[in-house]
Design a protein around this ligand. Structure first.
Ligand SMILES: Cc1ncc(COP(=O)(O)O)c(C=O)c1O
Length: 417
């Protein structure tokens, strides 16, 4: 099945609206920068694994031949040692609204999250509670449960509406003089709900707590201003909207004012003040370097550079504007094609409350997703019965989205008959 086959089956009015949106899209040209996938009709999962760029294919080969094959170990002195902070600064400037010296690239998100949660609660002695929500991504909940058990802390759970997310008043009601840390996702992994980062950070601070944001589903989709909003700590994935490739390392942000007061628990030689002194005792580096543990994953840091270059060129305001249009169009098409089939929107309707993805619920969506994948239409399934549509603004077109959702309607109709 090809894109053109399915395109003829999209209802004419929807096809025309999609074509008009594509024609008016100032970012449409960026699609040509991505490698075409052989049997994919519509890729609706850019928030899980971003598509590779053509530039990345060339740059990976160049890297193997040059810095690796030719320069060998000398490359550590010629740039690799500084790659975690240099790339961190680039992510900070292009997507996080963070000045230099506060962002580092290392580890997986899970490991970075553990390091920052542990460092944060230890920096608030006398406070014995962590605030988190029951709809947060499993890794966030599991890490907090692990740290709470290690440190004898209590978890104060917020229970948000699963089709929305954590509201500021819920945080206000949960924090107090015992709160050491509040950990929330800025964009909820399931519903796509966009939390009020500025207001919630202020509420955490009023209670004397530190605020840690999981930016996995925000970085590269939603505008961020971490410095301006005085965020303390943040983590995020780079393989989603930053197209870093499967297993690309995480980024961690630690506000400069806190860095020398925080002590992270995975004390490795690469975060030590002088790694090559091979000293007897661990002495943490000053600044953001102390949040590194082991040897930086240099190869895994390459592809995201290509995407960051495109994001820098396109600009986050334009990317966010297209992202909002894509999610609005997804809801509009679903209202016409899917709601009559019993599908329910499981994301906020107000575009200001949404990140870059939307989720729809239907009891048959597990089976439907399997069939869609077999036909080259690739959304995500999220239990209990959510079909998650992730729309990466630089690589997704409105026509692709219309084709994908038309196929969802077709498969759902067939499954029911
Ligand atoms: C919101 C959120 N947090 C954390 C993670 C975990 O990241 P990792 O598997 O890189 O540790 C993910 C992964 O998808 C995520 O979506």
């Amino acid at each position: 099945m090809t894109f053109d086959d399915v395109a003829t089956r999209v209802p004419a009015a929807i096809r025309e609206r999609a074509a008009a949106l594509d024609a008016a899209d100032p970012l449409a040209g960026y699609r040509a920068a991505f490698i075409e996938s052989q049997d994919v009709v519509a890729y609706l999962d850019g928030n899980s694994l971003g598509r590779p760029l053509k530039a990345t294919r060339a740059n990976l080969t160049r890297f193997v031949d040059g810095p690796w094959a030719d320069r060998l170990i000398r490359s550590w002195d010629e740039g690799w040692m500084n790659a975690p902070t240099e790339l961190g600064d680039l992510i900070g400037r292009v997507v996080l609204g963070a000045g230099p010296g506060q962002t580092v690239v290392a580890d997986s998100t899970t490991v970075m999250l553990y390091k920052l949660v542990r460092a944060a609660v230890d920096a608030r002695p006398g406070r014995d509670e962590i605030v988190i929500d029951s709809e947060n991504f499993p890794t966030d909940r599991f890490v907090v449960e692990g740290v709470a058990a290690e440190r004898g802390l209590t978890i104060r759970w917020i229970h948000p509406d699963p089709a929305a997310g954590v509201r500021t008043e819920q945080v206000r009601a949960a924090v107090g003089p015992r709160t050491a840390l509040v950990l929330l996702s800025h964009v909820a992994y399931r519903s796509g709900y966009l939390a009020d980062l500025a207001a919630i950070t202020a509420v955490a601070h009023e209670a004397g707590a530190l605020m840690l944001w999981d930016l996995c589903h925000s970085a590269g989709a939603v505008e961020l201003a971490l410095d301006e909003h005085e965020v303390d700590l943040a983590v995020g994935c780079t393989y989603k909207y930053l197209n870093g490739g499967p297993g690309a390392p995480a980024f961690g942000y630690v506000a400069r004012r806190l860095q020398d007061r925080l002590r992270q628990p995975v004390q490795g030689w690469m975060g030590a003040a002088d790694p090559f002194a091979m000293g007897d005792r661990y002495e943490p580096a000053t600044g953001i370097r102390r949040f590194i543990s082991g040897t930086p994953p240099i190869v895994g840091m390459l592809p995201m550079r290509d995407m960051l270059e495109l994001i820098d060129e396109a600009g986050m305001p334009a990317i966010r504007a297209k992202s909002s249009k894509l999610t609005s169009f997804a809801i509009e098409v679903a209202d016409e094609l899917l709601v009559p089939l019993g599908v329910r929107l499981a994301s906020p309707r107000a575009s200001g409350e949404r990140g870059g993805h939307v989720t729809f619920d239907h009891p048959d969506f597990k089976r439907v997703t399997e069939e869609l994948w077999a036909r080259g239409v690739i959304p995500d399934f999220r239990p209990p019965h959510g079909l998650r549509v992730g729309l990466s603004p630089l690589s997704t077109s409105f026509s692709e989205l219309a084709v994908g959702l038309t196929m969802v309607a077709e498969v759902l109709t067939q499954e029911r008959s």
